[in-house]
Design a protein around this ligand. Sequence first.
Ligand SMILES: [Zn+2]
Length: 269
Amino acid sequence: MDLLTAVITLPFVFVFGACIGSFLNVVIYRLPEGLSLIHPPSRCPHCGHRLGKTENVPVLGWLWLRGRCRWCRAPISMRYPLVEGVTGLLFCFVFWQYQFTLATLAYWVLISWLVALSMIDFDTMTLPGVLTKSGLVLGLIFQGVMGWQVAQTPEYLMTGVVSAVLGIWLFDLIGLGGTLVLGQQALGGGDSKLAAMLGAWLGWKYLLVTSFLACLVGSIFGMGGMILGFIDRRHPFPFGPFLALGAMLSLFWGETMISTYIRLFFPVS
Ligand SMILES: [Zn+2]
């Protein structure tokens, strides 16, 4: 992408992503509670005051109110603008890499699912099946359409299905291994469903990169947390955010990581 196109398009992409992030905030809070995602409109959780148009503007609304409700002055969590800002940035990354293609649209969907799943797992230690299952189906549709667009072949779809099954097996196995080592349940059932969803979206190669990164960063975080004392051995921490992080790293730098790995371990002599 040349600089001029980037300067013109990226601000729009960021604002669009932040608006999606604003809706994801609603999903993150309401879906685990079983509440409607559409009705009622956003309110202050403290006093119930309905948010006006200006207060609902992603990121800026929060900054303008200096993080407080206009009516009752109760503090509004910084998570709202953070989720909006991060979603906006991730949308920009995807657009930067895939530009005006079907892949951009598809990966925006994937990013949205991953942001919602990560935050819900962080809050509730569960990955709702309604999100992992719909994500899996969307991933397979994406592979089907991509296969058709590239070469009128069902090969992509087949790879997606096989990779999804691999994801379930792999994470049931990792979970079993972790349970044996830790002497307690290491992974929730939702983790293997999320892995299946990522397999469908990314294919088995990137699924393996994703799993490796998630386990690596997750265990560094877990050990560091235990040493520093903010994680208790008996209280597990959510693994979904690490899988999501691994998936995003694979999406943006997967090719670089795989080729570096091959160069390091299988040098051409
Ligand atoms: Zn209020």
